[in-house]
Design a protein around this ligand. Structure first.
Ligand SMILES: [Zn+2]
Length: 339
């Protein structure tokens, strides 16, 4: 469970913008050198949304995960790593079921063992963080169990500095779905996030009579369809919590420099000044397309990187590495006089 209700939305959006959900930045833009920058959100989207679901309720597996997949979206499931997950039959929320959800592209993350963590000693809390991470990595995969959501939203400064030893990000105050939340409420908040350019994290428990405060699945479907169309228009990046957290961490440590153009090519060098998170995600680098250039191609080492043109800007996704990554962008042909 989490404490916030949908009633407090307006305040929460401001809180998201100011403090950010976990690692979310508020206003920080990527570095800008000669028109080159790392886009704030992947693909040059104006905002990011992560959909998170707590407490491994069975309708997350039966209804919500398949619904997201049908619409081309993926979410984060904060599972309790002890108790029901150990004893449930397959199809009702076993470890095997969660591994299958992972295999379809969702993030399986830690909700610890669902204790009131503020009431634990720091040693007990540390054991909870460490054990649930280890279990997720053993049962699901090494890229999982890298983010955490506090049970009952109970945390403290001490706990947060402790969780950072084990997790790349932990969820902060987010937009919580209650049984009365409608798609219209949630869509309005996504629109606000797009206006502000922030990362919105939504949190729900389940649907259709299952779990804490479940809204009907029709409301989720209408909201997910809105997210899908916002994604397709290029306005919104919808990705699991851990994916966006990785992007933010990397972007904050990134710088990119451009040299050229010289002749038919220009060079971009992406540098990361801090340790990369496990299983890093690509950063979207953009730059002004040189006058008269058309049909760009890009290469980093042997890898061909697709280049997307967005007006006068070109964008490409570059996988960061500990060593600087050099990307050579070339023009395939001149812009013809008729274009
Ligand atoms: Zn919970």
């Amino acid at each position: 469970m989490f404490g916030l209700t949908w009633v407090a939305l307006a305040t929460v959006v401001v809180a998201v913008a100011m403090a950010g959900c976990a690692a979310s930045p508020a206003t920080q833009e990527g570095p800008s050198v000669s028109g080159v920058r790392v886009e704030k959100w992947s693909g040059g989207a104006r905002a990011a949304v992560s959909l998170t679901f707590d407490d491994n309720n069975v309708n997350q597996i039966k209804i919500l995960a398949p619904m997201l997949e049908e619409l081309g979206l993926r979410g984060t499931f904060f599972v309790i790593t002890k108790g029901r997950i150990d004893i449930r039959r397959d199809g009702e929320g076993s470890w095997k079921d969660w591994k299958a959800v992972h295999d379809r592209g969702h993030e399986i993350a830690s909700h610890g063992t669902h204790k009131h963590m503020a009431g634990l000693t720091l040693a007990e809390a540390e054991k909870d963080f460490a054990d649930s991470k280890r279990l997720l990595q053993e049962r699901i995969g090494v890229g999982h169990g890298v983010t955490f959501a506090y049970p009952f939203n109970e945390d403290s400064k001490e706990l947060r500095s402790l969780d950072a030893k084990y997790y790349i990000a932990s969820r902060r105050e987010c937009l919580g779905w209650s049984s009365k939340t409608t798609a219209a409420d949630a869509n309005a908040d996504v629109k606000k996030a797009i206006e502000k350019g922030v990362w919105l994290v939504e949190a729900a428990h389940s649907t259709d009579g299952d779990g804490y405060e479940p809204p009907p699945s029709a409301e989720f479907r209408a909201h997910f369809e809105f997210l899908k169309s916002s994604k397709e228009s290029g306005e919104l990046w919808v990705a699991p919590f851990g994916t966006v957290a990785r992007y933010v961490k990397e972007r904050r440590a990134a710088s990119v420099e451009q040299s050229g153009p010289e002749g038919n090519s220009l060079t971009l060098v992406l540098k990361i000044t801090r340790e990369l998170p496990p299983e890093p995600v690509p950063l979207t680098v953009s730059f002004d397309i040189p006058a008269g250039w058309q049909d760009l191609s890009a290469q980093a080492g042997d890898a061909i990187l697709p280049v997307k043109a967005a007006g006068s800007r070109a964008m490409l996704d570059v996988m960061p590495a500990a060593e600087p990554v050099t990307v050579v962008v070339s023009k395939k042909r001149e812009k013809s006089i008729n274009e």
